[in-house]
Design a protein around this ligand. Structure first.
Ligand code: B1M
Length: 216
C-alpha cells in the first residue's frame, strides 16, 4: 500500500473514512496532531478544491471529503498541546451570511482555544446582526469572520460598513480569513473603508499571532 502520509491524504481526497482512526494513531507516533493537519490533511483538501474547481469532482464527493476531514480533526483534537484557560481574551467567531464553509473557522476555533482564548463560535451563515449581538452579549474583545466564497468577501465589506454606520467600528478589532480573501483586499481596500481595526489572517496560526498582538 501507500506510505502512511500519502494514504491519509488520499483518504481526504477519496472521502474514505474506514480505518481513519487507525491511520491517525499511527501518524501520531511520530508527528504532532497539528503537523498531520497542516502537512497532510490540508494538502488533501487543497486537491479536493482543485478537482472540484476543474469539474473533475462532483459536490457530493466534496461533502464526503469534508466529513472525513472533520472526523480527522475531531479525532486529533484531544491529543493537541493546550492551554485552555481562556484567560487571554474572548473572540466571537462566525462564517458570514450565505456561506456554509466551516472547516477553516473551526480550525481557528481549535487553535485559539488551545492557546488560551475563549472562543464563542456561533456557526455558519451568520448575518452581521447576530455577530454583533453575540459580541455584545459575551463582551467579546474581538470579532472573527470567515468566508470562502468570493461573494463572502463582499459580505465582509458590507459588514464592516454596517459596523461603521452603527458607530461600533471601534468596539471590536475584526479578523478576517478564508480562501477568497487576500491581504491587500483586506489591509488596503477594507481597511480604507472601515473606521476600526481590521486585519487579515492567512491561516489559523496567523489568526493566533494577530490575537496575541491585539490582546497584548
Ligand atoms: Co465549497 N467552494 N462550495 N464546499 N469548497 C470552495 C470554497 C471553492 C473555492 C471550490 C472551487 O470551486 N474550487 C468554491 C468557491 C468559488 C467562489 O466563490 N468563487 C466553492 C463553491 C462554489 C461551493 C458551492 C457554491 C458549490 C455549489 O453548491 N454549487 C457551495 C456553497 C454553499 C454556500 O456556502 N452557500 C459549496 C459547498 C461546499 C461543501 C458543503 C460541499 C463543502 C464545505 C463543508 C464544510 O465546510 N462544512 C465545500 C468544500 C469542502 C470546499 C473546498 C473544496 C475546501 C474548503 C475547506 O474546507 N478547506 C473549497 C476549495 C478551496 O477552498 N480552495 C470550496 C480547508 C480549510 C481548512 O481551509 O477554510 O480556507 P479554509 O481555512 C484556512 C484559511 O482560509 C484560514 O485558516 C484556515 C487554515 O488554517 N481561515 C481563517 C479561514 N477562516 C479564517 C478565519 C480567521 C482566520 C483564518 O479569523 C477569523
Amino acid at each position: 500500500g501507500l506510505p502512511l502520509g500519502e494514504r491519509l491524504e488520499r483518504r481526504i481526497v477519496d472521502g474514505e473514512r474506514n480505518g481513519l482512526e487507525a491511520d491517525l494513531d499511527d501518524a501520531m507516533k511520530d508527528r504532532k496532531p497539528l503537523e498531520i493537519i497542516n502537512d497532510t490533511l490540508l494538502a488533501g483538501m487543497k486537491t479536493v478544491g482543485e478537482l472540484f474547481g476543474s469539474g473533475q469532482m462532483q459536490l457530493p464527493f466534496v461533502l464526503q471529503s469534508a466529513e472525513v476531514m472533520k472526523a480527522a480533526v475531531a479525532y486529533l483534537e484531544p491529543h493537541m498541546d493546550k492551554d485552555d484557560s481562556g484567560g487571554k481574551g474572548r473572540i466571537v467567531l462566525a462564517t458570514v451570511k450565505g456561506d456554509v464553509h466551516d472547516i477553516g473557522k473551526n480550525l481557528v476555533d481549535i487553535i485559539l482555544t488551545n492557546n488560551g482564548y475563549e472562543v464563542v463560535n456561533i456557526g455558519i451563515k451568520q448575518p452581521i446582526n447576530t455577530i454583533l449581538d453575540a459580541a455584545n452579549e459575551h463582551s467579546a474583545d474581538a470579532i472573527g469572520m470567515s468566508g470562502l466564497l468570493v461573494k463572502s468577501t463582499v459580505i465582509m465589506k458590507e459588514n464592516l460598513e454596517e459596523m461603521n454606520s452603527r458607530g461600533v467600528a471601534q468596539n471590536w478589532p475584526v479578523l478576517l480569513g478564508g480562501a477568497a480573501l487576500n491581504r491587500s483586499y483586506v489591509e488596503d481596500d477594507l481597511a480604507d473603508v472601515f473606521e476600526g481595526h481590521v486585519s487579515y489572517a492567512r491561516d489559523a496560526f496567523e489568526g493566533l499571532r494577530l490575537m496575541d498582538t491585539l490582546m497584548a
